[in-house]
Design a protein around this ligand. Structure first.
Ligand SMILES: *[C@@H]1O[C@H](CO)[C@@H](O)[C@H](O)[C@H]1NC(C)=O
Ligand SMILES: *[C@@H]1O[C@H](CO)[C@@H](O)[C@H](O)[C@H]1NC(C)=O
Ligand SMILES: *[C@@H]1O[C@H](CO)[C@@H](O)[C@H](O)[C@H]1NC(C)=O
Ligand SMILES: *[C@@H]1O[C@H](CO)[C@@H](O)[C@H](O)[C@H]1NC(C)=O
Length: 468
């Protein structure tokens, strides 16, 4: 995953002054999310203050090592995952009570219990280290557990990747499905999950393997799973550069963002997906994925569709599709932004995307996105790059959960039905500045990436009023 190098933030600023007058029209920003929760460090609800102190003294709980990554909302509970990147994570899945409005920095309660997270020398805990989770409309919580502890230290595989399913009515474990050898490969790492819950008894679950670039489909009814391969699951070797907040690094993660549409007239949904180190978005009908024979055959290559590119520097992380509006939301870690795209839009280009929220304080490393059953958008940002490659400042707010109603979030963006198209000038400007594609060996420099990201942020960040 990792090679690291510090510094060299984009410095195409002087060029911005050249570009800006051309773009200079009346602009309007959106950024309609509000910070609902924020933490400098995560803390837990222990049965007693003595037990909490004991955990701290014995280094079972090291606050500096705990970082929230995935989120989910079901009824009055907001769940977060707390992967075991380093030692001292006492529980890797926990929740807060949405009805408790006494604090913006609540302590978290382990789910389903403290017992389920207890590390002991003989037996791995029930839940080892999940990255992302999904609550379906049937009241089940799907936990995709990597089974790996201490990822950044002495990486220890405590279990194979396992799909755990809990009943959120009583928090009982309904089912446990370990991924056997046919479903995994060397370098396998499963971080993302999408659930097609059109039928509670015939639910399908899609798990993205970012390490070995594959998709595992699980059928609730058949209690069976199969692995699907496709070239589109692989990272783009030229899209592995990341530069956030002055920290530069390279990642080569494959299949990552997974988002399920509502059921189409043919009875199937569309799975929208992208690798992390890539700027492309793709889709496939679940008709192809749900049939094990078909999905594992060699005849499905052409069933996968290329939607388009978000533009340079727009590698996307977690994504989620709001079934009510058909709007796809996704995180853009390189741009400190969350953006959106209307799935009814035929074009998937730089200018067909909307900026939902962009901020170099509140949105530094947006890491998960969900829409709950009341059509509220939730976004978690956590400065993961700083946690991994530098150190989080415990005097600073490091983790935030932002929220807004979907309609407010997309208001005045390209995803709002009322918005007029952007003027052509953006496209033409993009053409002028795009480096010539004639020589494949001449990769654009970081500087030109910086300029692209500025252009993209202007496009994402502004709605050009058609008033001239
Ligand atoms: C907190 O919730 C209570 C009861 O739900 C409500 O009466 C009160 O106004 C709320 N306080 C704030 C600050 O929102
Ligand atoms: C990793 O494990 C080895 C041997 O068990 C130990 O010597 C070393 O200190 C550990 N490193 C960390 C970072 O925990
Ligand atoms: C990635 O960044 C490095 C410098 O950090 C640069 O040498 C390399 O050309 C970049 N790669 C691409 C594909 O832009
Ligand atoms: C699954 O796909 C295979 C191969 O394409 C096809 O022969 C079979 O009829 C399909 N099964 C179902 C239940 O649709």
């Amino acid at each position: 995953m990792v090679s690291k190098e510090r510094g060299l933030a984009a410095n195409g600023l002087f060029l911005l002054f050249l570009i800006f007058p051309i773009l200079f029209t009346k602009v309007e920003c959106n950024d309609n999310l509000r910070v609902a929760y924020e933490w400098k460090q995560i803390d837990f609800n222990y049965p007693s203050e003595e037990q909490r102190q004991q955990a701290i003294d014995s280094k079972e709980f090291i606050a500096a090592n705990v970082i929230p990554l995935g989120l989910e909302v079901y009824r009055s509970r907001l769940f977060v995952t707390l992967p075991r990147w380093k030692g001292g994570v006492p529980a890797s899945l926990a929740y807060l009570d949405l009805n408790d409005n006494t604090t913006k920095s609540p302590r978290l309660t382990p789910f389903p219990s403290w017992q389920a997270h207890r590390l002991s020398s003989d037996d791995p805990p029930e839940i080892v280290s999940p990255f992302r989770i999904r609550a379906d409309k049937c009241g089940r919580l799907w936990v995709l557990d990597t089974g790996v502890a201490d990822i950044l230290g002495n990486t220890t595989v405590l279990r194979p990747t396992t799909l755990l399913v809990y009943d959120l009515h009583n928090d009982n474990l309904l089912r446990r499905f370990p991924f056997t050898s046919g479903l995994t490969k060397q370098d396998t790492f499963f971080a993302n999950i999408a659930v097609e819950d059109g039928d509670c008894m015939d639910t399908f679950v899609y798990c993205g393997d970012l390490g070995a670039s594959g998709l595992v489909v699980y059928s609730w009814k058949q209690q069976d799973a199969w692995r699907v391969n496709h070239n589109y699951f692989h990272p783009d070797p030229l899209a592995g550069n990341y530069s956030i907040d002055g920290i530069s690094f390279q990642w080569d993660d494959g299949l990552f963002g997974l988002a399920i549409s509502k059921q189409q007239p043919d009875g199937y949904a569309t799975l929208y997906f992208h690798p992390l180190s890539s700027t492309m978005e793709f889709s496939v009908s679940t008709m192809i994925l749900r049939n094990k024979t078909k999905a594992t055959s060699n005849d499905i290559y052409k069933e996968f569709k290329i939607l388009g590119s978000r533009g340079p520097n727009a590698q996307a992380g977690a994504s989620f599709l709001d079934q009510l509006t058909g709007v796809l939301f996704y995180a853009l870690p390189n741009l400190n932004a969350v953006a959106c795209w209307k799935t009814s839009n035929r074009a998937y280009t730089i200018k067909s995307q909307g900026r939902v929220y962009m901020s170099s304080t509140e949105m530094v490393f947006p890491n998960d996105i969900k829409v709950d059953d009341q059509d509220r958008l939730w976004v978690l940002s956590d400065r993961l790059h700083k946690y991994m490659y530098a150190e989080l400042d415990s005097n600073d707010v490091n983790f935030r959960i932002l929220t807004a109603h979907v309609q407010e979030a997309i208001e005045n963006t390209a995803c709002d039905t009322k918005t007029k198209p952007l003027p052509d000038i953006i496209n033409r400007l993009g053409d002028i500045l795009r480096p010539t594609q004639t020589s494949p060996s001449s990769a654009p420099s970081l500087q030109s990436f910086g300029i692209y990201s500025l252009i993209l942020s202007l496009v994402l960040g502004t709605r050009f009023m058609a008033t001239m």
